[in-house]
Design a binder for this molecule. Sequence first.
Ligand code: 9MR
Length: 392
Amino acid sequence: MRPFRFATVALATAALALPLLGGSASAAPSAGPKPPPHSHASFDRLRAAAPEGFVIGTAVAGGGHHLEQDYPDPFTHDKEYRKILGREFSSVSPENQMKWDHIHPERDRYDFEQADEIVEFARKNRQVVRGHTLLWHSQNPAWLEEGDFTKAELRGILREHITTVVGRYKGRIQQWDVANEIFDDQGGLRTQDNIWIRELGPGIVADAFRWAHKADPGAKLFFNDYNVESVNAKSDAYYALVKDLLEQRVPVHGFSVQGHLSTRYGFPGDLADNLRRFDALGLETAVTELDVRMDVPAGGTPTAAQEKQQADYYRRMLQACLEVDGCNSFTIWGFTDKYSWVPVFFEGEGWATVMTDAFVRKPAYHALRDTLKDARHDDCGRDPKGPGHRKH
Ligand code: 9MR
């Protein structure tokens, strides 16, 4: 059983406490006719199933790999997609729309259009937003990567970017991925491919957190990475860095694991233990980009066993997060295969999300919803002032 959680996030609290659009979230299923197996009835949704104070999120499809596909921008054009996005989730993460190449395409020009639309969509749908991302080695614009700047200029560029972007959304972003993927899999800092660390040294990471905190003191500031679900060289490197930064009173508030998993590999069974050690440092933790890809058989449909294994991975990721006191945000990297990055990046693999191309719910969807429901039920019987109450 997981400890009771207080709802600390104003937006999330509102989302869960207010009557929801299109029907009552608390209406008992027996109050109406039984929904068909793939119904999206309001009481049947992920966000309504989640325990109080626990947000369930998705990436918002757009930009990045989508630009090379033969469909229009999903977020702005796909009505059914938007409907499910608003109805199922209490947190949204722009998949690409807040990355440097999108939001800061020229040195003296920002383009906030898509990011603004997502933040506004979230407000209307009573969702929180995870900002992604401020300091990364990838998806930086050519003007930056290929520019000829002095160290002082580069530092000024990063400071201005963080101050401008974080400042614009002040009060409207719950968590920011300030530093994304700064270590390699061996636990070494990316001193070559990360322009900021290469040119300005590792100290720039602390400055990025300080600047972000100054621009929005209410936002929770995170380190975010893949292949850090387990206790390993890479997550050890984060642990040591975070400890050091906290000792220097750098405003670091969270550590998040992305969770790009594959059924080719075993499940990271020590996830909860790994998160707990960051929790013990006083950090929030989160799962931010979960998907579970698989080898798609010829003909394109996975076997029942494959679907079951995938559902099992989704469920166990969620259970691990639910088990950890300060893990209150759980995000999947897209909810439909229609827009998943996986088949574009991994030849022969796919089927990684919780709904098909046609938005039909897979066993993985049901695994998430049922796990949330169980956790909500467990919470109801708890004394909020009892020993297990959450600390954030
Ligand atoms: O899903 C994103 C895809 O649209 C982009 O083309 C890709 C480019 O790197 O980035 C994907 O998102 C990544 C995220 O920003 C950071 N963690 C890994 C994600 C999957 O690559």
